[in-house]
Write a protein that binds this ligand. Structure first.
Ligand code: ZN
Length: 290
């Protein structure tokens, strides 16, 4: 049995150390930037022998670091990320074309803005003070904080949880909170990196999703388990295609080369969006069970 506690997904204490982490002595909010390029740096990583869920244990104050996080690089890539949000919303729109939508972890409101343009009555919720302020400055209804939140009450027809569930130490609790704000039959779209993907298996510890801010690592089975435990039924499972700026991709690719981070990447590349499908994220659409 282990002294590290119990599995965040199934509660088992049968956790096996996959590798020791290499956290810096002090963790600042910079480590939590969405565009942070410090791949491969994690807390101690464990696999649950009971359910298979991989989790990085020992990062405290996750929420406090998020609240203090700002990410100027993220704002610089707003346009291509808008396209990315539109692609995700198209999946949702196969099942629901309008109604109240809540985006959890809304950042600076990119998905909220896209959803409103598509006809949803969309709002968001975001813990980072700087990102939430940016959303408000753009006139977008994004509340600061996390669920449960008094400003995000009532019943929503749909919720989006994009690249959020891998950041929390209680994924089932998060999804239960999402379920609580949905009307019966309400839909939830969840996107998270896929531990079972070819990229994850080929790159091992060098997979770009191993980073300090990611503490839960899902595959199809464990994500389905989290959703079922929270009171959802999965109605569709697939993979999203990302639209990312070419400059962003070039800088990330260069981090895999010796000395690559010193290679200058021309700024105009950030204005070129590339459709990218590395098949390494999961997209689940789930329905709230009554
Ligand atoms: Zn487990």
């Amino acid at each position: 049995m282990s002294a590290v506690g119990s599995c965040w997904l199934c509660g088992s204490t049968d956790l096996a150390l996959a590798w020791r982490g290499d956290l810096p002595p002090t963790l600042g909010p910079g480590a939590f930037r969405i565009t942070d390029a410090a791949y491969g740096r994690t807390a101690d990583v464990y696999d649950c022998r009971a359910c298979g869920f991989r989790q990085a244990r020992g990062v405290d104050r996750v929420l406090a670091l998020y609240e203090a996080m700002d990410d100027p690089d993220y704002e610089a890539t707003r346009a291509p990320r808008r396209l990315q949000a539109e692609r995700l919303l198209k999946v949702l729109r196969r099942h629901r074309r309008d109604g109240r939508l809540l985006d959890i972890g809304a950042g600076s409101g990119i998905l909220v803005e896209a959803a409103r343009a598509m006809g949803f009555d969309a709002e968001g919720i975001e813990p980072s003070r700087a990102l939430q302020a940016e959303a408000v400055a753009r006139g977008l209804p994004v509340h600061r904080g996390v669920l449960p939140h008094p400003g995000a009450a009532g019943r929503y027809d749909a919720a989006t949880v994009v690249d959020v569930i891998e950041h929390v130490p209680d994924p089932v609790g998060l999804m239960r909170d999402v379920r609580e704000v949905l009307a019966p039959g309400g839909l939830c779209l969840v996107v998270t990196p896929d531990l079972g993907s070819l990229a994850a298996r080929l790159l091992g510890r060098r997979w770009w999703h191993y980073r300090i801010a990611h503490i839960g690592y899902f595959d199809r089975a464990t994500l389905a388990r989290a959703l079922l435990a929270a009171g959802f039924e999965v109605i569709w499972a697939g993979r999203p295609t990302w639209q990312l700026p070419a400059g962003y991709l070039a800088r990330r690719a260069l981090t895999y080369l010796p000395g690559g981070t010193r290679v200058p990447v021309p700024g105009w590349l950030d204005r070129v969006a590339l459709p990218l499908n590395l098949f390494d994220s999961l997209l689940f659409l789930a329905r709230r069970r009554a």
